[in-house]
Design a binder for this molecule. Structure first.
Ligand SMILES: Cc1cc2nc3c(=O)[nH]c(=O)nc-3n(C[C@H](O)[C@H](O)[C@H](O)COP(=O)(O)O)c2cc1C
Length: 148
């Protein structure tokens, strides 16, 4: 059994709903999953005790990418959360009418890789909440589970 940390930053609940659904799917597969709001976590050794982290964050910029408010401080402290050698994957809800659709997914993957993390599933990008694309959420969770 593996232990997975899921941290999300979500302003209107869409990314939160994806985080909760992924958590459910991971638990159903027999693993442990802790789902946490980025507003309530502190970066110091956040990954300790976990085999993998799934990081979710919506985007709020117009022309430039802006990370969701609660997730931004965590993103800026990625070097302190203990990512080196750890398994991660990223997810987000977004809106295709913006130039950087779910742009936080790419930013998280890139920064985490730079810090030595291993990306274990292709980033999940969804328009709307978890119910808008149940198949995509399930295949993301399956990819994560297969690589734990
Ligand atoms: C001012 C503004 C800027 C936005 N910028 C982006 C963006 O850059 N990329 C994107 O995919 N969605 C963007 N969105 C859409 C939100 O990210 C989207 O509604 C998302 O589902 C919100 O997720 P959350 O409820 O988890 O915060 C923007 C929305 C607003 C109002």
């Amino acid at each position: 059994m593996s232990k997975v940390l899921i941290v999300y930053g979500s302003s209107t609940g869409n990314t939160q709903s994806i985080a909760e659904k992924i958590g459910e799917l991971i638990r159903t597969a027999g693993h442990e999953a802790d789902v946490k709001d980025a507003a309530n976590v502190s970066p110091e050794n956040l990954m300790e005790g976990y085999d993998a982290a799934l990081l979710g964050c919506s985007a709020w910029g117009e022309d430039e990418l802006e990370m969701q408010d609660d997730f931004l401080p965590l993103y800026e402290s990625f070097d302190r959360i203990g990512l080196s050698g750890r398994k991660i994957a990223a997810f987000a809800s977004g809106d295709q009418s913006y130039p950087h659709f779910c742009g936080a997914v790419d930013a998280i993957e890139s920064r985490a890789k730079d810090l030595g993390a291993v990306v274990i599933a292709d980033g999940l990008k969804i328009e709307g909440d978890a119910t808008a694309a149940p198949d995509a959420v399930e295949s993301f969770a399956r990819a994560v589970i297969e690589n734990l």
